[in-house]
Design a protein around this ligand. Structure first.
Ligand SMILES: Cc1cc2nc3c(=O)[nH]c(=O)nc-3n(C[C@H](O)[C@H](O)[C@H](O)COP(=O)(O)OP(=O)(O)OC[C@H]3O[C@@H](n4cnc5c(N)ncnc54)[C@H](O)[C@@H]3O)c2cc1C
Ligand SMILES: *[C@@H]1O[C@H](CO)[C@@H](O)[C@H](O)[C@H]1NC(C)=O
Ligand SMILES: *[C@@H]1O[C@H](CO)[C@@H](O)[C@H](O)[C@H]1NC(C)=O
Ligand SMILES: *[C@@H]1O[C@H](CO)[C@@H](O)[C@H](O)[C@H]1NC(C)=O
Ligand SMILES: *[C@@H]1O[C@H](CO)[C@@H](O)[C@H](O)[C@H]1NC(C)=O
Ligand SMILES: *[C@@H]1O[C@H](CO)[C@@H](O)[C@H](O)[C@H]1NC(C)=O
Ligand SMILES: *[C@@H]1O[C@H](CO)[C@@H](O)[C@H](O)[C@H]1NC(C)=O
Length: 531
């Protein structure tokens, strides 16, 4: 239903607005040089369908083929690859004046592609050229521009220090702009919290095109941009972060068990133990259906992927005293520098050069649909067994369960906009993924349907009232509105699932900082109505 009304809208648009769109675009493009620093000619940053660079740039940082290759995905009228902060400021001033929708893109990992598509005429402000990273070991801080990736950040820290790191995502191609906006979690979450828990300042372009820092944006806006999701409060130009201390050697492992090897009992125990482990031990659970090579039967493989901020022999001691059933031994463990461990987590083989962290774009893109849940209770064994059956039936699916606890429990829910703190065992993502050989874009509907079925099946075990979701795992199924609509009751539905009680404060801050709702997308924060 939602799909067809959306298509209708786009059809109407393409017939009646084609001419007005074009003149609106021309006026917008002519406006840009008038509002940007002439020492950095903005013409070098403007790409429209007439420039040969357009298609390549559009696709370069668009991660999900389900969105990128869908015929119903509308393309931008222009891509502005900002080369200077004033280009981003001009984009705001001119977009506002010429009523053109702005989409902000840093790394393009948005699960629903909201940084590179829209249901109304729009342009992309692409920030990948703004990616300087200034690490200051003396003060243990860094300024990181929005277009930098997590991998680039890890590399630049390691270049300066072997005993510092930063708690953010497992994937090394995430854009810092979008990733931190939604919280940013990774394998140091239990020790140091989320990325936003270690952000101390930011530069933000507001709805008037002004650059603000923490002091001039005020504590309310600074609170909102830490976890309130990208887009709603302005354009993040850069974050100032506090580095964290890591040992010279950390230890990682990936221990895998199938159903025949007791995976069900272990997955059941993991739920009770992993959120209560010492802070310096993080064990992710990854679940996926596989074919058992020994007998050709389908089974479930449960991977226990761990990071220990210390040496292997201590890890084995701690693991065996708290999670004896896993049977972790020294030969499962790999010691390495923290920077090398980020490559391990990103799936690269041992021995991969650290320079790989500088590769901004991941090789083979897939089609995917992801949904998320938070769990406060242990999934009982019969629930796991039901889950195994469904995963084996679906086939192209994996789940990741990331334990909370530790530092996450110590931070109050209202400290930042990200509310899921004490009382959560783990967060989960369910990802259905496929390739061209599985039917490509033509098989999208089928796979999305399967993701919804899996999600329904887990309803009785996951958090409820509301059934919470993680904004960095964006999912339009949990409620959304047209990017041009301002219906607050709709926004409250998805807003409460992502942000719980913090949603109302986010809506108040939005009403203050951007009352005209300039910064928007299908799931942005709408201004709290004034009555
Ligand atoms: C393979 C993969 C692995 C992932 N792993 C993790 C993980 O380990 N931990 C985790 O927390 N998340 C993870 N994510 C989710 C990821 O954090 C989010 O998708 C995040 O929004 C990506 O940021 P981006 O800049 O790359 O994406 P974009 O698509 O560029 O942006 C995401 C959203 O933020 C907005 N936005 C982007 N830049 C800015 C800016 N500068 N100012 C304001 N708004 C902006 C966009 O408009 C969009 O709405 C993963 C995603 C993928 C695809
Ligand atoms: C795109 O084409 C226009 C018109 O020819 C030109 O002014 C602009 O500089 C081009 N953009 C880039 C990045 O070269
Ligand atoms: C696995 O395959 C073997 C050989 O085909 C079969 O005998 C056995 O019952 C299967 N096991 C399960 C658990 O399905
Ligand atoms: C360590 O555990 C692995 C399985 O995880 C096993 O194959 C190996 O034999 C064990 N090694 C020792 C020394 O116990
Ligand atoms: C990783 O690879 C290096 C060589 O690149 C090798 O010397 C080292 O032993 C390997 N470490 C482990 C834990 O496999
Ligand atoms: C936005 O929400 C309103 C109220 O539910 C609905 O009427 C409208 O169709 C929605 N718009 C889109 C594009 O989903
Ligand atoms: C979006 O909203 C603007 C401002 O209210 C309006 O001018 C424009 O026509 C709307 N566009 C669509 C497609 O609804």
């Amino acid at each position: 239903m939602k799909g067809s009304s959306c298509k209708l809208l786009i059809l109407l648009l393409s017939i009646s607005l084609v001419t007005s769109q074009r003149s609106c675009l021309d006026e917008f493009l002519q406006c840009l040089p008038l509002h940007s620093n002439p020492s950095y000619p903005i013409a070098n940053a403007i790409h429209t369908a007439h420039n040969a660079s357009f298609q390549h740039l559009y696709e370069l940082h668009a991660v999900n083929l389900r969105i990128l290759s869908s015929p119903s995905t509308s393309k931008p009228l222009a891509i502005i690859t900002a080369l200077h902060a004033s280009h981003a400021q001009a984009a705001v001033v001119c977009a506002k004046h010429h009523k053109l929708q702005l989409r902000i893109r840093s790394g393009g990992h948005d699960y629903e592609g909201l940084s590179y598509t829209s249901d109304v005429p729009f342009f992309i402000l692409d920030l990948f050229n703004l990616r300087s990273i200034k690490v200051d070991v003396a003060t243990e801080t860094a300024w990181v521009q929005a277009g930098a990736t997590t991998g680039e950040l890890y590399y630049r820290i390691a270049e300066k220090s072997g005993v510092h790191g930063f708690p953010s995502g497992v994937c090394t191609t995430l854009g810092i702009g979008g990733h931190f906006s939604g919280g940013g979690y990774g394998n140091m979450m239990r020790k140091y919290g989320l990325s936003i828990d270690n952000v101390v300042d930011a530069h933000l372009i507001d709805a008037n095109g002004m650059i603000r820092n923490r002091k001039s944006m005020g504590e309310d806006v600074f609170w909102a941009i830490r976890g309130g999701g990208g887009t709603s409060f302005g354009i993040i130009l850069s974050w100032k972060i506090k580095l964290v201390r890591v040992p010279r050697k950390v230890t990682v492992f990936n221990v895998q068990r199938t159903l025949d090897q007791g995976a069900t009992d272990l997955a059941y125990r993991w739920q009770q133990i992993a959120p209560k482990m010492p802070k310096h031990l993080f064990i992710r659970l990854q679940l996926e259906p596989i074919t058992d090579a020994t007998n050709g039967n389908k089974t479930i493989r449960v991977s226990f992927i761990g990071q220990f901020l210390g040496r292997a022999h201590r890890l084995v001691q701690e693991s065996n005293s708290k999670f004896r059933e896993l049977g972790l031994n020294l030969s499962d463990c790999k010691e390495m520098s923290w920077a090398e461990s980020t490559l391990f987590w990103a799936g690269y083989p041992n021995g991969t050069s650290i320079d790989t962290l500088l590769q901004r774009v991941q090789g083979n893109k897939v089609f995917f649909k992801t949904k998320s849940d938070y769990y406060k209770k242990v999934i009982p064994k019969q629930g796991l067994e039901m889950l195994w059956e469904l995963l084996m039936e679906i086939g192209n699916v994996f789940m990741q369960l990331n334990p909370h606890g530790g530092r996450m429990e110590e931070i109050p829910e209202s400290e930042t906009a990200y509310p899921q703190r004490a009382g959560y065992l783990f967060k989960t993502q369910y990802t259905i993924h496929w390739t061209d050989s599985d039917g490509g874009i033509g098989a999208a509907e089928k796979h999305v349907r399967m993701s919804r079925r899996l999600y329904r099946t887990m309803a009785s075990y996951a958090s409820s009232n509301p059934r919470e979701a993680f904004v960095n795992y964006r999912d339009l199924d949990i409620g959304s509105n047209g990017s041009n609509d301002t219906d607050f009751s709709v926004a409250r539905v998805y807003g409460t699932k992502y942000f719980k009680k913090n949603f109302m404060r986010l809506a108040r801050v939005k009403a203050m900082a951007d009352p005209d709702n300039f910064f928007k997308n299908e799931q942005s924060i709408r201004p709290l109505p004034s009555h």
